[in-house]
Design a protein around this ligand. Structure first.
Ligand SMILES: *Cc1c(COP(=O)(O)O)cnc(C)c1O
Length: 495
């Protein structure tokens, strides 16, 4: 965008609004004697007023209201961003995490003064241990990727303690990008295994990849195709026979919660993205929490501190004996932990089971409604999400997944995840979640089918979408590589 022109999205900046005379508040006349501040400060008083905006209260209110309404979130509309679990976040969880005792607690407060918070954390550890089937839990990591790193460091510490430092970690070709990144950060080499025709891990490929230098396998189940790996118990058994451990990337827990426990499937370590499955608003990147759950044999390696309860019923912060150390300051992202606890307590065990059932039902409903017009490369019953391909639209009409994603914006719908997983061409990864009504699901399906018709009748129009948004199709690569974030005044004396 050329300098000096601004998109209507933001309108004027607060610095460009108002007049030098505009005021928000008018303080009363002072009833104390004047003080010569410059003299009192030894001549240090600034010579010019700071360049702050001069606006009235209503202008400030409108400014922030306009910015807030320019945002798109789950509370605005349908947000089927695959893998991200953009479910509705109940407002009662927001209420809970803002209670004074939680929100105003200071990280340096002595344990005896934060027993309530420690009690909550202890119970959350227990609940996550129960849901995962892996009873020892650290609430420290700040996100899923951070949980992956923590979990893999625990695995490494375990092998080293066994006197058997290993070199490689196995990852399927459908994996989320954070998995290989974590492996590399942890100093291991990645060995990739292919997917089989049904979208699961290819068992022969796995056998060939395993060896005495393999530390672990990292798997998402259901995987990024939204498919439950039917061979999961055989996979974890093969891995264990090779002396390696099995790591579950728990980002897709929303699909199986209450029905299958990763610990029972043979996994030794997993992380849970609390901001996905356990309801924290996370569009735009945070905050989150990625607790790590491990089997009893790995408990002593967890990061410090974990919350324990003594015989008197008092709660303490405890450092496990062979801990990998700290992975985050203080007690983690406590607000997210409180939301997760509140969510779990509000729903109860049966409620959590219902959540995953509804999430899976919604995804299968949409997959069935859309499979006629769009290709469904892995035509199986899906879990909480599914991956469509726009390969037919590309071949027959020159319309690509990106065009479809942009066109969805004109209909007020957030696009699904696109071009991921990498093993599907023109991929669209759709995750409706359990919180959407049948009416919303049907509207989305109707819109997707309407766009498939537009691809046939007017492909040129789709290349130009979106039309109704404040800004049109942006150069996304340039926006990421050469961001122009500095504000320059548009007119002299605007301040
Ligand atoms: C979201 C996600 C991650 C990363 O989690 P963050 O909390 O975003 O760091 C890892 N794996 C999968 C499959 C995911 O969907």
């Amino acid at each position: 965008m050329s300098q000096g022109t601004r998109p209507p999205l933001t309108g004027r900046l607060i610095f460009e609004s108002g007049t030098p005379e505009s005021r928000c508040v008018t303080p009363p006349e002072p009833d104390v004697p004047d003080v010569d501040m410059d003299a009192a400060l030894g001549g240090m008083l600034r010579r010019e007023a700071p360049a702050l905006p001069h606006v009235t209260e209503v202008e400030i209110a409108r400014h922030y209201e306009r910015l807030a309404s320019a945002n798109f979130g789950v509370d605005t509309g349908f947000y089927p961003l695959g893998s991200c679990t953009m479910k509705y976040n109940p407002k009662i969880d927001e209420w809970a995490c803002r209670l004074d005792g939680f929100a105003d607690a200071h990280p340096y407060q002595p344990e005896v003064t934060v027993q309530g918070l420690l009690h909550l954390m202890y119970d959350l550890q227990s609940a996550l241990g129960e849901v995962s089937g892996l009873p020892a839990v650290s609430l420290q990591p700040a996100a899923g990727a951070h949980g992956e790193l923590t979990g893999l460091m625990v695995i490494r510490a375990y092998h080293v303690a066994m006197g058997d430092a290993r070199k490689r970690v196995i990852i399927p070709d459908s994996a989320h990008g954070t998995n290989p990144a974590t492996v590399a950060m942890c100093g291991y080499e990645v060995t990739q295994v292919p997917s089989d025709a049904r979208g699961g891990v290819d068992l022969d490929g796995l056998r060939a990849a395993l060896g005495p230098d393999v530390a672990a396998i990292m798997l998402t189940n259901p995987n990024t195709l939204g498919l439950f790996d039917e061979n999961i118990c055989a996979i974890t058994q093969l891995v264990h026979e090779a002396g390696a451990l099995a790591y579950c990337d728990g980002a897709n827990l929303n699909a199986i919660m209450g029905h299958a426990r990763p610990g029972d499937l043979g996994f030794d370590v997993m992380h849970i993205n609390l901001h996905k499955t356990f309801a924290t608003p996370h569009g735009g990147g945070g905050p989150g929490a990625g607790p790590v759950c491990v089997a009893p044999a790995l408990a002593e390696f967890l990061p410090s501190p974990v919350v324990v309860r003594d015989g008197e019923g008092e709660y303490h912060l405890h450092t496990p004996e062979k801990t990998i150390g700290r992975v985050r300051s203080f007690l983690g992202n406590v607000g997210v932990l409180v939301r997760a606890y509140s969510y779990i307590r509000a729903l109860g065990g049966d409620g959590l089971k219902d959540v995953s059932e509804q999430a899976v039902l919604s995804a299968n409903y949409l997959a069935q409604r859309l499979r006629g017009e769009y290709e469904l490369p892995y035509d199986r019953r899906c879990m909480h999400e599914f991956v469509l391909s726009a390969e037919r639209q590309r071949k027959e009409h020159g319309v690509r997944t990106l065009d479809i994603a942009k066109r969805l914006l004109d209909y007020g719908i957030h696009p699904p995840t696109v071009y991921f997983p990498l093993i599907v061409h023109e991929a669209m990864m759709i995750e409706p979640t359990e919180t959407e009504s049948l009416e919303t699901l049907d509207r989305f399906a109707d819109v997707m089918l309407a766009i498939a018709e537009e691809a046939k009748s007017d492909p040129e129009m789709l290349h130009g979408a979106p039309y109704s948004t404040p800004v049109r199709r942006l150069d996304e690569a340039r926006a990421a590589r050469e961001p122009d974030l500095a504000w320059k005044p548009m007119r002299d004396g605007a301040l």
